[in-house]
Design a protein around this ligand. Structure first.
Ligand code: GTP
Length: 599
């Protein structure tokens, strides 16, 4: 057991790409946590898709042993935090396990929206913060400007900010010293009953469910009967260990320490993050405050292209859910798409990652329907129901009013792009709350309906700002809105998977855009296909796909049979990605593409 005074628990908070993982790798390397051979290019971002996209999702920890200049050896626990808006809830849970945080800011870029969001969370839980300016090796680095920005925008003292390059290694040893000298040691009582925070849990192919814990008081040992106080479940501890980042069993964990336990827990869903773990025989008197559970805010339908893949899809989703309790799914049937699942996600990136994993790791061809937010439908009989699927919208005569979720969005960008950004926010029914400047960077705060943001807002923001704007949001409340369900009819048949809930003022424009898009996305058939958008029985937009004059093989004049076969094969392969609706075949990608709004 490490004495409290020799423990430091910290996180690194940063905006995406400011160098958090690179710095973490350096710290691991300098403290000898891994041999160079064991060191992959990025140790902490280990999942394949995370690596590809350069983002971190699951919080991970690593324990470092550091011999400081004072001659003592310290245990430094680094808890990694995710960097994307969809996963901010994982940031806050990681921060609860720490006493301090390194605030990493790219010295060539400055403070960005997620720097702010993350550092405010750290300040909220009273962490000691050490500002670190990274990438000082870049010619564009402007240390003084960024220091001023940290003081002006965040409001913390930056006079003693460290100046480093995680890439070249310059200044990184100073970071280790600062962790020891500037961050506080944890406190705790070894003789008190066990009290530990359940920081995270995940499924490991060898160990089963692994629980990451931070010990507050008492000790945790193998063989102990532990109680999860919130979930009210009792388990026997099989193994206690630390991550170096290799999983290494230890005899026990004491106050202030961070480590993992396994206890034959069947599913990640049996553990609730933020729960208090105690000794079943000698329970602690007080429960830790816990965290708000992360609730899915974006829903969509996922259907197999080939109906025979339904069971495989169910099994694949079950596997992903093992490791991701915030991903929800339940069976759904659609008149157009048959059997599938209605799935809930934390945000659009989360949706994309899950879909990509299903397709890539489980080799499934999928149709994803329009993402939708959760609406509160207040009925005339005084009851309220949550609407997760636009297709389930009750009859309008039964509806008294509909409420939709609103967010508070923070956008930071160079001021030259401000015009385009303001226009975009106004188009999306935004209400401007604040506009401030730090030098030539503008910081905008807007209230926006989540429904207007969920689909392509982020893409559009990036394009109007040439990639320079950063964005962060949190859901604030539900507000009444004049919302209607818009249906799309293809060849006079409603395609439920294309239904959306939309603000009445936007319905016409959206309807027209969707019909135009579908006209391009649906290939010609042997007959004329009308495409219509409608609210109730009223058609608000219409396009027609004209009939194909000849069949595809007609252009192979002459009797070249092999060429003809090739063409038909090609057509057949294309068909696999199509879905039959009545007499019309709609390509898989149409369901998402039809919703993108181009300007
Ligand atoms: N020139 C220079 N480049 C750096 C430095 N530190 C990191 N980078 C580069 O910046 C990019 C982003 O670094 P990462 O460490 O992946 O960023 P991150 O903050 O971990 O990103 P997320 O995991 O998505 O939060 C990479 O291409 C790094 O090589 C530095 O000190 N100097």
């Amino acid at each position: 057991m490490t004495p409290l005074k020799n423990i430091r628990n910290f996180s690194i908070v940063a905006h995406i790409d400011h160098g958090k993982s690179t710095l973490a790798d350096r710290l691991i390397q300098l403290t000898g946590g891994l041999t160079v051979r064991e060191m992959k290019s990025q140790v902490l971002d280990s999942m394949e898709i995370e690596r590809e996209r350069g983002i971190t999702i699951k919080a991970q920890t690593v324990r470092l042993n550091y011999k400081a200049k004072d001659g003592e050896t310290y245990v430094l626990n680094l808890i990694d935090t995710p960097g994307h808006v969809d996963f901010t809830y994982e940031v806050s849970r990681s921060l609860y396990a720490c006493e301090g945080a390194l605030l990493v800011v790219d010295a060539s870029q400055g403070v960005e929206a997620q720097t702010l969001a993350n550092v405010y969370q750290a300040i909220d839980v009273d962490l000691e913060i050490v500002p670190v300016l990274n990438k000082v090796d870049l010619p564009a680095a402007d240390v003084d400007r960024v220091k001023d920005q940290i003081e002006d925008v965040i409001g913390i003292d930056s006079s003693e900010a460290l100046e480093i390059s995680a890439k070249t290694g310059v200044g990184v040893d100073e970071v280790l010293e600062a962790i020891v000298t500037r961050l506080p040691a944890p406190t705790g009582n070894v003789d008190a009953p066990l009290k530990a925070l359940l920081v995270d849990s995940w499924y490991d192919a060898y160990l089963g469910v692994v629980v990451l814990v931070r010990i507050i008081d008492g000790t945790l040992k193998k063989g102990m009967r532990i109680r999860m106080m919130g979930a009210d479940a009792v388990y026997t501890v099989d193994q206690v260990g630390v991550s170096t980042p290799k999983k290494t069993p230890v005899a026990e964990l004491g106050p202030g320490e961070i480590g993992y336990l396994t206890a034959s827990i069947k599913e990640v869903a049996d553990t609730s993050v933020g729960d208090t773990i105690t000794d079943d025989k000698r329970p602690t008197a007080d429960i830790l405050p816990g965290f708000k559970p992360s609730v899915p805010v974006v829903f969509c339908g996922i259907f197999p292209v080939d109906a025979n893949d339904f069971e495989d899809l169910r099994a694949a989703m079950g596997k992903l859910r093992l490791n991701d309790a915030s991903f929800e799914f339940e069976m759904e049937t659609s008149a157009a798409l048959g059997f599938g699942f209605r799935c809930g996600f934390l945000g659009l990136l989360h949706l994309e990652i899950i879909r990509e994993r299903l397709e890539r790791e489980f080799n499934l061809d999928l149709i994803t329907t329009a993402p939708s937010v959760v609406y509160n439908i207040h009925l005339t009989d005084g009851s309220m129901q949550e609407l997760h699927n636009p297709a389930d919208m009750p009859d309008p005569v039964r509806i008294d009013h509909i409420e939709e979720p609103w967010i508070k969005a923070t956008i930071m960008a160079p001021d030259e792009y401000l015009g385009g950004i303001l226009k975009l926010c106004e188009e999306r029914r935004g209400i401007q709350q604040n506009l401030t400047y730090a030098g030539t960077r503008a910081m905008l705060v807007y209230e926006l309906p989540l429904n207007e943001v969920v689909f392509d807002f982020y893409d559009r923001l990036k394009s109007v700002s040439q990639g320079y704007a950063s964005f962060d949001y949190q859901i604030t409340d539900h507000r009444p809105g004049d919302l209607v369900k818009m249906q799309v009819l293809v060849n006079d048949e409603p395609v439920d998977a294309l239904s959306i809930v939309v603000h009445r003022d936007k319905a016409q424009t959206r309807g027209r855009a969707m019909c135009e898009k579908l006209k391009d996305l649906i290939p010609r058939h042997m007959f004329k296909i009308p495409i219509q958008a409608a609210i109730g029985g009223r058609v608000i937009a219409r396009e027609t796909i004209s009939a194909m004059r000849k069949d595809v093989t007609a252009k192979c004049y002459g009797g070249d049979a092999s060429r003809k076969r090739k063409l038909l094969d090609k057509q057949k392969a294309g068909k696999k990605k199509m879905r039959q609706f009545g007499r019309v075949e709609i390509p898989q990608e149409a369901f998402i593409k039809a919703l993108k709004i181009d300007n």
